[in-house]
Design a protein around this ligand. Structure first.
Ligand code: AR6
Length: 174
């Protein structure tokens, strides 16, 4: 694990691993607009949280791209799950950067509302939704670094080497 930053904005940590295993107040799910589960990290979170999660999500009425909604963590160690819907990559000129930045801001806003002070994020949109990892890591780091939030620690959880490398080079920049 590597720790970076400090001051008024969240301290940033970079780890490799599985987000469902993180010992933090809240983990973020890269969901789809139905909030009823799917593949990738969404599938892993639903499997780990248990069937109570989808039952609860049925009551939420979905979620729009760039927005976020919070649920309990059920069987996870994390007390909360913040579900956000990243943009599908369609070339980058259809509002994708703004929508992705909004996912990070809105997720931190939901975390603030429930009093979560440590939050783990996956690399939203960079799997099934096709967002290029380097561009996505730039937005993730820049948005979290400048976020107005009471969250003290943000952990970026990297599932593969390419994701780790992208965050590592982004965090090395001033
Ligand atoms: N822990 C951390 N990161 C993970 C894990 C895990 N257990 N599993 C995968 N990743 P993706 P998206 C990484 O495809 O692109 C679903 O079907 C993965 O390697 O999960 O936002 C939803 O329902 C990649 O780096 O999310 C939506 O329909 C990152 O998580 C759609 O996929 C995001 O990959 C969302 O697509």
């Amino acid at each position: 694990m590597s720790n970076r930053g400090g001051g008024d904005h969240p301290k940033i940590q970079l780890v490799r691993g599985d987000i469902t295993k993180q010992v933090v107040d809240a983990i973020v799910n890269a969901a789809n607009s139905s909030l009823l589960g799917g593949g990738g990290v969404d599938g892993a979170i639903h499997r780990a949280a248990g069937p109570e999660l989808v039952q609860h999500c049925r009551l939420l009425g979905g979620c729009q791209t760039g927005q976020a909604k919070v649920t309990p963590g059920f069987r996870l160690t994390a007390r909360w799950i913040v579900h956000t819907v990243g943009p599908v990559w369609r070339g980058g000129t259809n509002g994708e950067p703004e929508q992705l930045a909004s996912c990070y801001r809105e997720s931190l806003a939901r975390a603030d509302e429930v009093g979560a002070t440590s939050v783990a994020f996956p690399a939203i949109s960079t799997g099934i939704f096709g967002y290029p990892i380097r561009a996505a890591a730039h937005i993730a780091v820049a948005t979290v670094r400048t976020a107005a939030t009471s969250v003290g620690v943000v952990r970026f959880v990297c599932f593969d080497d390419e994701t780790w490398d992208a965050y590592e080079s982004e965090l090395d920049r001033p």
